[in-house]
Design a protein around this ligand. Structure first.
Ligand code: PEP
Length: 253
């Protein structure tokens, strides 16, 4: 079975509820009639109900940018998996590099988030990727990315793996305008797929969708998506304007 391309937008800390409603309506319209591609938007928590209303009945799926791993309790400021599912959220990003960098999300915490998401029926997008220094220091980045993948998926069963997506997001390419070449991204994706194969077997690896993230835009999406290893994109900046996100959804045209 070929893997269905998957284009996901991470709106980060952008959009008020009103702005999100407008953007979501534009994305919904841009995605209407687009065949053979899964489309996801991840607005901020505060805009989820507004966006859920706009997307109801459309093919565009709703995701959150983060989740806490406990169900409820004295965790001021955190959002639990049931709070998300109750709003119609089906996907959640875990371990985005900005969470790792600014909010202390370690591999262990990211793994707890992945497992909590799965336990509550959410589909996690596990983000991994090396920093510029690590990329420039030789071959070590490969072990680092492998390590992020195996740690992030610790305790996950092969049966749960069809619900997992991995996003390879080299930190040096996020929001910098520097995109990994399609070959560089594909090499990293192959490393990730191998690591998943070693842990869960060849079938799970063959079915895993691996997204590339890092300055994806209409000008480079076609060549990235032409790589057999690249199953889609996790998009930051270019997901904030339907004029840019629309062509990403329609990357085949
Ligand atoms: C991201 O935030 O996941 C991302 C890839 O951002 P950008 O597309 O802006 O580089």
């Amino acid at each position: 079975m070929p893997r269905t391309p998957f284009i996901a937008g991470n709106w980060k800390m952008h959009t008020t509820a009103d702005e999100a409603r407008k953007l979501a309506a534009e994305v919904r319209d841009a995605a209407a009639g687009a065949e053979g591609v899964d489309v996801l938007v991840c607005p901020p928590f505060t805009a989820l109900p507004a966006v859920a209303g706009v997307l109801a009945g459309s093919s565009v799926m709703l995701g959150a940018q983060n989740v806490f791993y406990e169900e409820s309790g004295a965790f001021t400021g955190e959002i639990s998996p049931p709070m998300l599912t109750s709003l119609g959220v089906t996907y959640v990003i875990a371990g985005h590099s900005e969470r790792r960098q600014y909010f202390g999300d370690t591999d262990e915490i990211v793994n707890k988030k992945v497992r909590a998401a799965l336990a509550h029926g959410l589909n996690p997008i596990l983000c991994v990727g090396e920093k510029l220094k690590e990329r420039e220091a030789g071959e070590g980045w490969k072990d680092l990315v492998r390590g992020q993948v195996t740690a992030g998926l610790d305790g996950v069963s092969a049966d749960e793996m069809p619900r997992v997506t991995v996003a390879y997001e080299p930190v040096w390419a996020i929001g910098t305008g520097k995109t990994a070449t399609p070959q560089t991204a594909a090499e990293a994706h192959a490393i990730i797929r191998n690591a998943v194969g070693e842990k869960f077997g060849a079938d799970v690896a063959a079915n895993l969708r691996i997204l590339y993230g890092g300055s994806v835009k209409p000008e480079n999406v076609k060549e990235l998506m032409a790589e057999a290893e690249i199953d889609g994109a996790l998009v930051g900046g270019a997901s904030l304007k339907a004029e840019a996100f629309g062509p990403l959804i329609r990357f085949r045209e």
